[in-house]
Design a protein around this ligand. Structure first.
Ligand code: SF4
Length: 229
């Protein structure tokens, strides 16, 4: 089997399995730029349930930048409390809304360079926002799941650290039509099968396709991330 065939088969199997798994948080905001941007910022280093809880509470109070600026600091803080670094992120909510109104006429920009000008919006959140809000897929969103699983599968060098570089390595080996869904598939697959500390290799449907880079076998049917072994 060629490398291209291996990657296509991995994609096919994960896509088929994902039809039975819950969707990812940001899927709730497809085609809704303001919500995608705010929820994307809130999602950094935060579990999906907490992100969704905070985002939905916030959007119930206000669903556009002008209305959100009318909320008090206390209201924003209380809404986003479930997410990590909620105090910083509450400030980012206001900063983002202010910039949206003052600089971009209340309209979320589509351009990556413009998006990263917003406080709390790094490269990863900007790529994610473009994908969710505008269906733009020039890059692959690299989060902890994409980072971990792409390396285990041998699609990215194990010592590549920066998300932008992981994105470039992935784009070199993966057909373009796979870029849009790779992040959400890896989030789902990472939750269900290829878990951070204890990947379910013994029952994984990718077993014979996977070199399991960085994974060690600790028993007849048990595997562990080598960093935690
Ligand atoms: S075989 Fe193990 S390391 Fe490879 S994709 Fe499956 S769970 Fe992850």
């Amino acid at each position: 089997m060629s490398e291209d065939e291996r990657i296509r088969e991995i994609y096919r199997r994960v896509s088929a399995a994902a039809e039975h798994w819950p969707t990812t948080t940001l899927d709730h905001y497809r085609g809704q730029p303001f919500k995608a941007l705010i929820a994307g910022m809130l999602s950094a280093q935060t579990r999906e349930e907490q992100t969704l809880q905070a985002a939905e509470t916030l959007f119930a109070l206000a669903d556009n930048p002008a209305d959100m600026l009318k909320l008090s600091d206390e209201q924003i803080l209380a809404a986003v409390r479930p997410v990590t670094y909620y105090q910083n992120k509450a400030r980012f909510v206001r900063d983002i809304c202010q910039r949206l109104v003052a600089v971009d006429g209340g309209v979320v920009p589509r351009d990556l360079d413009q998006l990263v000008q917003y406080r709390g919006v790094g490269w990863k959140v900007a790529v994610l926002t473009r994908q969710v809000a505008f269906d733009i897929h020039d890059d692959i969103t690299v989060d902890v799941h994409v980072n971990r699983i792409s390396k285990r599968l041998g699609m990215v060098r194990a010592d590549t650290k920066q998300p932008e570089k992981i994105n470039e390595e992935l784009k070199q080996v993966m057909p373009r039509e796979f870029w849009p869904r790779w992040n959400s598939l890896m989030v789902q697959f990472g939750r269900e099968v290829c878990k951070p500390t204890y990947p379910q290799c013994a029952t994984c449907f990718l077993f014979e396709l996977c070199p399991r880079i960085g994974v060690v076998q600790t028993g007849p049917r048990t595997y562990k991330n080598a960093d935690y072994a």
